[in-house]
Design a protein around this ligand. Structure first.
Ligand SMILES: [Zn+2]
Length: 453
């Protein structure tokens, strides 16, 4: 299981806790090996590794400077410790005795990192660095101030608000393209954009769209069903009359789940409804290979805590019967929730989503080699023997060095969730157990039939 370290970086805006930032283990691993020449997938990845390093050591980075290339993209960042620089008093008084003695955070600290991503290069890398601190103590609790440089400036926030309000259902990708046209020198992190979209969507949902009537209508409908049949399972979570989460299981779904809880597939529809709630579906597979919907939930966001709410209620509804296997995409919010709430469940990733992520992360860097890479990747993924898989995986890293970092840091740690030699074993084992059980029951049935009992 991939361990995700959840760090409470308080992304607070207007006093509201927005979200916990999840930094993957691989970023911490890379952070402990920072050196000149180290390469990153993209600026977002570099930033995650720097945040991980700051967390490990106990200080906070800020962007000291950035340089643009001829296309308007950033080709160089200078990151420095937020204690770098010399304190200059803004007072004009020349008599030092008249100056107010105030503590400044600037202590002339010398810690900095230069990173460059020239046009001819596939990825950003560290070109120069000094990791020695000066004049301040190092305290891992300081990380809570990391929003100092992660926060988007007000001008950008205003623009995001404008786009979210005028373009219905705008996604992160479109928003980024629009913003990058206007703010060429700004670093837009996925998480910041997602938070900002979420913030404004919630804002207008609260004031204009009056969802409580809809929410209460939906709840009334469900409650009516429950009055007719008390075995309906319905639970919800409201904050200030606004529906946050809703989970329900019909009596028929509960029966289906009892029969088909071995393998459950779960996926979320993007927020395509007008309240921007995510619809989370749980699907089982029956003996005719038909999909059977066994439970559903509406969620206000896709954070770990929201998933934990859903999964915990799932257990309540099913009398603590967790699925044996669960298939999902590589949703970072879902993974820690499954690990915590369904500790005995085998969590696997469907290859469809793995391939989507590969395209997203590697198409640019591999260029014309991508098709060849994808073919080799499938051959490697479909290998049935662990030793052969390992050797093919190593060849993949050697033959496609541009993909090596993504393969090693992102895909390899979760190989047991997608490589056939691991998933196949689980399936076969389970299938054999099932056959064994059904044979036993057939034989027992036959014996009973012969004995006439
Ligand atoms: Zn420092």
């Amino acid at each position: 299981m991939l361990n995700m370290i959840v760090i409470t970086i308080l992304l607070v805006r207007k006093g509201r806790l927005l979200e916990k930032l999840i930094i993957p283990d691989s970023a911490f691993d890379q952070a402990s090996r920072l050196n000149v020449g180290m390469q990153f997938e993209n600026w977002n990845h570099a930033n995650l590794v720097l945040l991980a390093y700051g967390q490990q050591i106990g200080f906070v980075w800020r962007i000291q400077d950035k340089f643009l290339d001829k296309n308007g993209g950033v080709y160089k960042y200078v990151f420095e410790c937020r204690h770098a620089g010399k304190f200059k008093s803004k007072k004009t008084a020349t008599d030092p005795s008249k100056q107010r003695k105030r503590e400044s955070i600037k202590t002339e600290c010398t810690c900095f990192i230069n990173m460059c991503w020239p046009l001819k290069s596939q990825s950003p890398s560290i070109t120069k660095m000094n990791l020695t601190h000066h004049g301040h103590s190092l305290n891992p609790k300081m990380i809570q101030f990391a929003n100092v440089y992660r926060q988007l400036p007000q001008t950008v926030m205003d623009k995001i608000k404008f786009y979210v309000n005028t373009i219905h259902g705008i996604n992160q990708h479109t928003l980024r393209q629009l913003l990058q046209g206007e703010f060429k020198d700004h670093l837009f992190l996925d998480r910041d954009l997602a938070n900002a979209i979420q913030q404004f969507r919630k804002g207008d949902t609260d004031s204009e769209r009056d969802p409580e009537n809809d929410a209460s209508n939906l709840l009334k409908e469900l409650q009516k069903m429950k009055e007719n049949d008390p075995t309906w399972f319905i639970t919800y979570h409201c904050v200030k009359n606004r529906l946050f989460h809703l989970f329900w299981m019909t009596p028929c779904q509960q029966t289906l789940y009892l029969r088909y809880h071995d393998v459950i597939l779960t996926d979320n529809t993007a927020r395509t409804n007008k309240y921007h709630l995510s619809l989370c579906l749980f699907v089982g597979v029956d003996e005719h290979h038909h999909s059977r919907l066994v439970a559903q939930a509406l969620m206000s966001d896709e954070t770990t805590s929201s998933y934990m709410w859903v999964l915990n209620n799932f257990l309540v509804a099913t009398n603590n019967l967790a699925p044996k296997m669960i298939f999902s995409d590589c949703d970072t919010g879902l993974e820690p929730a499954i690990e915590t709430v369904f500790p005995t469940t085998r969590h696997l990733h469907c290859i469809f989503h793995i391939v989507l992520n590969i395209k997203k992360n590697l198409m640019r860097s591999l260029g014309s080699q991508f098709t060849a890479f994808q073919n080799d990747f499938f051959v490697c993924r479909n290998t049935l023997f662990e030793e052969v898989f390992e050797s093919r995986f190593n060849s993949l890293c050697t033959n496609f060095p541009e993909a090596s970092s993504y393969l090693k840091n992102i895909l390899y740690p979760i190989k047991k969730r997608w490589a056939k030699c691991f998933t196949y074993q689980v399936m076969i084992y389970d299938y054999l157990k099932k056959i064994e059980l059904s044979q036993k029951s057939i034989i027992n049935g036959y014996i009973r039939f012969c004995l006439g009992v």
